[in-house]
Design a protein around this ligand. Structure first.
Ligand code: GZL
Length: 334
């Protein structure tokens, strides 16, 4: 790896891409640095293809790798941790220059990350975090602040509580569609939302269940909530647009009007969600930016060049009301 760093360091003097491609052919084989003939090789393990957000995220990563001249080995884990671990082990055997992945859940990663560390292959976390006390196991973590996203959702509800009591009983009963059990966004969005509404005695979460971040999951869980709590639901907090869109199907199938009979808050701001927001079926969306590809490739090249990078890089994102959605919908990239 040392020769890779020396070689890469020389890249900072020469033009980066040209020098890196020179390094790529004969990179030090002791641990990482086995880059392809044309330069840096990255192994990426993706969660799956469960949502519009994930599709946009995968597209961003693949397009950015092409633009950066990085040879990307990409695998879809179909939302199974064992598939991600297998993919990472394969990348280690292939002696890629760098490994990046979005951990489907927070725990269970230390053994395979230790293996990557022993193989001298830097690991970059994107999108979701891992639960470890040993932060030497990854070079940096690029992704959203999910606790803040949950707080933004709760803050909107608190600020709009006057119109959120749709059942008119003086209380605001919230049902929550949680993301994948054990996933950082599910855990942290739930925490942020609860922190925000904690001081409001008239707001309560009366039901919470995972919809696994999928549209069908959100529909099925919302159907069960409507069957058991009909007439007592004022608000749905869906931890992503896809589950929220599934919930809309269930709400309308029950003869209720979303945005009127039940307020809907979601997270992501993908095009389908933003369209429903513009149509008044969703009331508020907290953005979660999936376009991490360019920053990921930039961070990777900095790490391979031996440059210092921040341990945590938080992506910038905003929130949308129906009026704001109408004004930006045409220009949305995802
Ligand atoms: C958030 C990402 C979540 C999205 C979902 O960064 O991990 O996973 O909010 C996706 O849409 O399935």
């Amino acid at each position: 790896m040392a020769s890779k760093k020396i070689c890469a360091a020389s890249a900072l003097i020469l033009s980066g891409a040209l020098a890196l491609s020179a390094c790529g052919g004969g990179g030090d084989s002791s641990g990482g640095g086995g880059g392809g003939e044309d330069g840096t090789v990255m192994g990426f393990s993706q969660v799956g293809a469960e949502s519009g957000w994930r599709t946009a995220n995968s597209n961003s990563i693949q397009e950015a790798a092409t633009a950066a001249g990085i040879d990307l080995k990409f695998s879809d884990a179909q939302q199974k941790q064992e598939n991600q671990i297998k993919a990472i082990r394969t990348y280690i055997q292939q002696k890629v220059d760098a490994i990046a992945f979005s951990p489907v859940v927070e725990t269970g990663w230390e053994p395979v990350l230790q293996e990557a560390k022993r193989a001298n292959i830097p690991v970059i976390l994107t999108d979701r975090a891992v639960d470890t006390t040993d932060d030497s196991l990854y070079a940096t973590f690029l992704g959203s602040d999910f606790v803040e996203e949950g707080k933004k959702a709760g803050d909107w509800l608190v600020q709009n509580s006057a119109t959120a009591d749709t059942t008119g009983d003086g209380k605001i009963n919230v049902v929550e569609l949680q993301g994948t059990t054990g996933a950082a966004p599910a855990i942290d969005r739930a925490e942020g939302f609860r922190d925000s509404i904690a001081s409001q005695s008239n707001i309560a979460i009366t039901a919470s269940q995972t919809g696994d971040f999928t549209r069908d999951g959100g529909k099925q869980v919302m159907e069960s909530f409507l069957n058991s709590n009909r007439g007592q639901i004022d608000v749905v907090f869906a931890q992503n647009d896809d589950m929220g869109l599934g919930a809309l199907q269930a709400i309308e199938a029950a003869g209720l009007v979303p945005g009127k009979d039940i307020k809907v808050i979601t997270v992501d701001a993908v095009k389908d969600g933003m369209q429903a927001l513009a149509d008044g079926k969703i009331d508020f969306i907290v953005e979660c930016n999936p376009l991490l590809g360019p920053q990921l490739m930039d961070l990777t090249e900095k790490v391979l060049n031996g440059e210092d990078v921040p341990k945590r890089v938080v992506t910038e994102e905003t929130t949308f009301t129906p009026e704001q959605a109408k004004s930006v919908l045409a220009d949305r990239q995802y």
